[in-house]
Ligand binder design. Structure first.
Ligand code: ADP
Ligand code: MG
Length: 254
């Protein structure tokens, strides 16, 4: 049994956080973007998803969150198979942070933004306040709750986006190139946040081209030509010039 697939421990850990069985998808039937993808990500694993631009990384995470029409094959999140009926339940288990923090800001203030995601969860006012304080504190934005998005830096907005997602307490969080618009300090801050989340048991799926972010993950999945071209550790990826080239990645510290 392959250690990296995490299957060895899955019996003790419960269902895989993410499981894809023979998943295929195309925006039009003539041009499949993903073809026959099968993979399993156990709960608590930190995975980097890499691949050259246009290889289907964003498409894959959007399928997981049911942001696209149904794909062929089967997708399951924490043991629940994705279907029309299970979409609301699956969206509560899986949070998504996008590349551009401006596009995910839905409130007039940071507080409104954080509360927006909580409103559909049928929580008491006390529980909403508890989460607001807890997650704004964790992400270092509790001093910004009354601020308008226009008053925030890019790094602050991205931290608010993450705080809003974490406040919903999903078990799985996906990041789609979430650090590509951040400066170096904010990028390092994001890595620190991810390390804390990993220590707390979150499952993390992170689309990235950044060598430091890839190195920080436990496992790398590489997409190429519509399929899974690699499933390995970060060190193995950086030892494979062919895969690095196929994914248009630069070696760390180069
Ligand atoms: P990546 O995130 O790896 O850069 P994407 O998943 O965004 O790749 O895109 C994969 C392929 O699907 C690309 O060829 C892209 O042009 C195409 N594509 C992405 N979004 C759409 C869309 N909304 N409509 C049609 N084609 C799309
Ligand atoms: Mg993308």
């Amino acid at each position: 049994m392959n250690e990296i697939s995490g299957q060895r421990h899955s019996a003790e850990r419960g269902p895989d956080a993410i499981a894809l069985k023979d998943v295929s998808f195309g925006y039009d039937p003539e041009n499949p973007v993903l073809q026959g993808i099968s993979l399993r990500i156990p709960q608590g694993q930190w995975v980097a998803l890499v691949g050259e631009s246009g290889s289907g990384k964003s498409t894959l995470v959007k399928l997981l969150n049911a942001l696209l029409p149904k794909s062929a094959g089967e997708i399951a999140v924490c043991g629940e198979v994705l279907s029309e009926a299970s979409i609301p339940s699956i969206r509560r288990k899986i949070g998504m942070v996008f590349q551009n923090p401006d596009n995910q800001f839905v409130g007039e203030t940071v507080e409104e933004d954080m509360l927006f995601g909580l409103e559909g969860l049928c929580l008491s006012r006390e529980e909403m306040d508890r989460r607001l304080q807890l997650y704004s504190g964790k992400l270092g934005v509790s001093g910004l709750l009354s601020k308008h998005p226009g008053e925030l830096s890019g790094g602050q907005k991205q931290r608010v986006a993450i705080a809003s997602i974490l406040a919903m307490e999903p078990g799985v969080v996906m990041f789609d190139e979430a650090s590509s618009m951040l400066d170096e300090e904010s990028r390092n801050g994001l890595l620190g946040i991810l390390r804390d989340m990993h220590a707390e048991g979150y499952t993390i799926l992170m689309i990235t081209h950044d060598a430091d972010e890839i190195m920080a993950a436990q496992r790398v999945l590489a997409l190429s030509g519509g399929g899974l071209a690699g499933d390995m550790t970060p060190a193995e990826l950086f030892r494979s010039p062919e895969l690095m080239e196929a994914c248009r990645l630069r070696a760390p510290y180069a």
